[in-house]
Design a binder for this molecule. Structure first.
Ligand code: ADP
Ligand code: ZN
Ligand code: ZN
Length: 839
């Protein structure tokens, strides 16, 4: 820009007036935007949706996103300068800004909290960030001198903090430097609190770039005429990497093991070639679904599936949202694939949401076989770098299709054509902690509506709320009640454990019926799945002589006994204790375990069936990054006879050799004190049952152990009577004015002093009820676990009817009342958690 011109243009104004200001979203829990000044040289380049680095507080720097640009200096503080502009092009789309704003209002949280959850750490460098060398990095030629020097330093350390980097880098601007290294994929940025990403490496080889051109290659081969072994190794490489035709293929190289797999001679020849630098070796991160890139057979929908797919498309003509109600094993995934292909072909983007746990497994492998590397995968167990790549891949157009968990709703789509929410009834779509406490299905619907995309909700056991919308005609409804390949739904039977206990035919926790069935299945070399929705060995210990039971110090719950780890553990706060040898109260040695979890079942099984191969799958056995997948693939490969697990085993798994499913403790699932308990029980039991009998040539069996076989919900499970369940449930919801007839907002008041907590809760309730009316404000009530981490909890439930109420105004009112209480000196340290649409 011409300096003089600028000066004349603004010669009458003070500098203050011509300054451009940026309203920024900072990823912190503060309920407002922050205004910063934009330096002159940044004015042209800065855009709404770009990231910037700004100072915050005394010595922190933080990444923020531009929400607005304007000329109004802030009223009550001196705006500080934006330090750096990180993006030439907006990294956050207009739709996303709209979404963040909507979510903060709807879910009653700070927009910064939304941003914080939305952006992967790799996209928000802060002074708390840590940086590590990316072992996958293979392009040193991209780096400038300074970056190379820094990278050498980084290699020597497991990771470096922001400050340490600053010291090593000297005078330069650290955020910009880090950003450049991130862009070049040379480093990985992570939050200190998070687990560090340890990738699995594969050794690869490629030809030295000197031989990439055809004539060079030819010369090499001629030179090797006299060394036939070495020539053969090069030829083998060329068979796998046909770079004669396309020299660029060399860059990706070839798995080293492929070159030297069969004989020793080729190994030593390869060794020589590497020594002579004909081949170069390098390492890359093993893709998580390494063996899945074989292109897939053409999928062909069955006539029933085709009808369903056509009907979905037809209904999309009139409705934005369609519910796809298909029984377990009906092949919903195949129908999704068909639709995704259609939408992608039309040039629009597709988002496919899956519950957390299902994403590491079979479904993704199936999708990947069809869509290959055109599909992005967004998963919380993936490293941040991978998440960043998916984000950028969407912006750049590399990924038109992403399959992901709930946080994938935050990705920068701007041309969505279709959103699929698989297993839409899954509660894991709702984020519990921290804020925003959003429901990914509902957020996805909002996003889809803005972008005029269609939404397909799929489930074998739809949530009552969703089914109601379909019944009302607000959503379309498509049904598929036929299993793929003529497989039948499993035969389900109830086993009366009370009676068996009386008759003394139980073997520990196993009824004789289940025991016989398991023995039978082992004999026939078929696999079984056992479901007990409780991990650990037993939910508590008890002294037979006095009243003592194992209790958590910090929470109002018992400590679960974990035999393998030889510990008592609190499942709420993580507190751990060693197992007492004698009763801590009376010294008695008669301390026994009460109740049973997956660990105990596993133990009893091993005693009853010493030769059976038994595997347990619950939170405790799947903590390591690939443990879950490993268990699944071993089971799939037939290396395990009986799989014992918690609800992890219910989700979307498809094993064709499983012919028996056993369900323990059904009563506990049914009698959970919550208005959705029956619905949940039906869903959970039906989903686990659905793992059995996926083959046409054999009938699957499900045995449900219960103390009360006459419970109506169990009968509905047996009859596969979803509609019956729905009719019952919707009646009750109507009678008691629960969702879908109302909206719920749960307010949880917390304080370490029970009296203060109660006082705050009473006051909040009273103030809310005064305006909203007693019938709309319930509580305060102590939740099931009334003390967690030494905080005493009280729940207040606000119930708002669906119409005739200005929900937005009510939310503002609630927020005001809460702020009022939180700023009351007498109620210091009280915290109030707001959960909109609580589950
Ligand atoms: P759902 O998700 O409805 O429980 P899946 O999509 O897992 O069912 O399908 C069950 C099994 O049937 C899977 O192994 C799937 O590969 C197979 N299957 C379903 N439809 C087809 C089809 N049209 N062609 C080939 N295999 C299919
Ligand atoms: Zn005792
Ligand atoms: Zn605890």
């Amino acid at each position: 820009m011409n300096e003089t011109a600028t000066n004349t243009l603004f010669s009458y104004s003070t500098t203050e007036e011509i300054t451009v200001f940026a309203d920024l979203i900072l990823p912190i829990p503060v309920p407002r935007l922050f205004t910063y000044r934009v330096k002159r040289d940044m004015v042209e380049a800065i855009k709404v949706g770009a990231r910037v680095i700004v100072p915050f507080g005394k010595s922190r720097v933080i990444t923020a996103v531009v929400a607005k640009l304007h000329n109004q200096p802030p009223q009550n503080y001196q705006a500080r300068y934006v330090l750096e502009l990180l993006d030439e092009y907006p990294l956050v789309t207009g739709y996303q800004l709209q979404l963040f704003d909507w979510m903060s209002t709807y879910y009653m949280c700070c927009i910064g909290e939304v941003l914080n959850v939305a952006l992967p750490s790799g996209l928000k460098i802060t002074s708390q960030s840590k940086v590590q060398f990316n072992p996958d990095f293979d392009y040193p030629e991209l780096l400038n001198e300074q970056e190379s020097a820094l990278l050498e330093q980084l290699k020597k350390h497991p990771s470096l903090s922001y400050e340490e980097l600053g010291r090593l880098a000297g005078e330069v601007n650290v955020p910009t430097l880090i950003k450049s290294l991130v862009d070049k994929r040379a480093v990985i940025v992570f939050d200190e609190v998070k687990e560090k990403y340890v990738p699995k490496m594969v050794r690869k080889v490629k030809l030295h770039p000197n031989y990439e051109q055809p004539e060079q290659l030819l010369a090499l081969l001629q030179r090797l005429d006299k060394l036939p072994k070495q020539q053969e190794v090069v030829m083998r490489y060329l068979r796998h990497v046909p770079m004669q035709r396309n020299p660029a293929l060399n860059k990706n190289g070839l798995d080293k093991t492929i070159l030297n797999q069969d004989d020793e001679l080729s190994q030593s020849s390869l060794g020589t070639l590497i020594k002579n630098e004909v081949f170069l070796t390098f390492e890359v991160i093993q893709p998580r679904f390494a063996d899945t890139f074989s292109p897939q057979k053409e999928i062909k929908l069955t006539p029933a599936q085709q009808t369903a797919a056509d009907s979905i498309m037809a209904q999309f003509g009139e409705k934005g949202i369609v519910l796809f109600h298909g029984i377990t094993g009906s092949g919903k995934t195949e129908v999704y694939i068909d639709l995704v292909q259609k939408v992608l072909a039309s040039g629009s983007q597709v988002l496919y949401l899956l519950p957390e746990i299902a994403l590491t497994t079979q479904i993704v492998v199936r999708l990947q076989k069809v869509f290959g590397d055109k599909m992005g995968i967004y998963h919380s167990k993936f490293s941040d770098n991978e998440r960043v790549e998916v984000w950028k891949g969407i912006v750049s157009g590399q990924f038109q299709f992403v399959v992901g968990v709930r946080s994938a709703v935050f990705l920068p789509f701007d041309n969505l054509g279709l959103v699929i929410v698989d297993e839409e009834h899954e509660t894991s779509y709702k984020q519990h902690d921290p804020a925003p406490r959003y429901h990914a299905r509902d957020v996805a619907m909002m996003m889809a509506q803005w972008q005029q995309a269609k939404v397909l909700l799929g489930s074998a056991t739809p949530s009552i709320e969703t089914y109601y919308q379909a019944k009302q005609g607000r959503y379309g409804l498509v049904e598929l009640f036929q299993r793929y390949g003529d497989a039948n739904l499993p035969f389900i039977a109830l086993v009366d454990v009370k009676r068996e206990r009386k008759q003394k035919t139980m073997k520990n926790e196993f009824s004789s019926v289940l025991y016989e069935a398991l023995a039978d299945n082992l004999e026939r070399k078929q696999q079984s799945i056992l479901f007990q929705n409780r991990r650990g060995y037993s939910p508590y210990l008890q002294c037979e002589d006095c009243e003592w039971t194992s209790q958590c110090l910090n929470c109002a719950v018992s400590l679960t006994y974990h035999m393998r780890a030889a510990e008592l553990r609190c499942h709420y706060c993580g507190h751990k204790e060693t197992v007492p040898k004698v009763c801590p109260t009376c010294g008695s040695t008669k301390v026994k375990t009460v109740g049973y979890g997956t660990e105990k079942l596993e133990d009893q099984l091993q005693i009853m069936f010493p030769d059976a191969r038994i595997q347990r799958m619950d939170l405790d056995t799947t903590r390591a990054k690939n443990a879950y997948q490993q268990i699944i693939s071993e089971f799939e490969a037939g290396k395990v006879d009986i799989l014992v697990g918690t609800q992890m085993i219910t989700k979307g798994l498809d094993f064709d050799n499983v012919s028996l499913v056993g369900i323990f403790d059904a009563d506990r699932i049914i009698h959970f004190p919550e208005f959705r308990a029956t619905e949940r029980a039906f869903q959970m039991i039906t989903q686990v049952s659905g793992r059995a009998g996926r083959r046409a040539d054999r009938q699957g069996r499900v045995l449900i152990q219960t103390g009360n076989p006459t419970q109506p919900v169990l009968q509905k499970v047996i009859d596969n009577d979803y509609l019956g369940l729905y009719e019952d449930e919707i009646g009750e919801r109507r009678d008691f004015n629960y969702p879908p007839f109302s909206r719920l907002i749960k307010l949880t008041v917390r304080h370490t002093d029970q009296r203060i907590s109660k006082r705050a809760a009473d006051r909040l309730r009273a103030e809310l009820a005064e305006k909203l009316g007693d019938e709309r404000v319930l509580g305060p009530e102590e939740p099931l676990v009334e003390r967690i981490r030494n905080q005493f909890l009280y729940d207040i439930l606000v119930k708002l009817e669906k119409d005739k109420i200005n929900v937005k105004a009510v939310k503002t009112f609630i927020q005001e009342r809460i702020t009022d209480i939180l700023t009351d000196k007498g109620l210091r340290q009280v915290s109030i958690v707001i959960d909109v649409d609580c589950l």
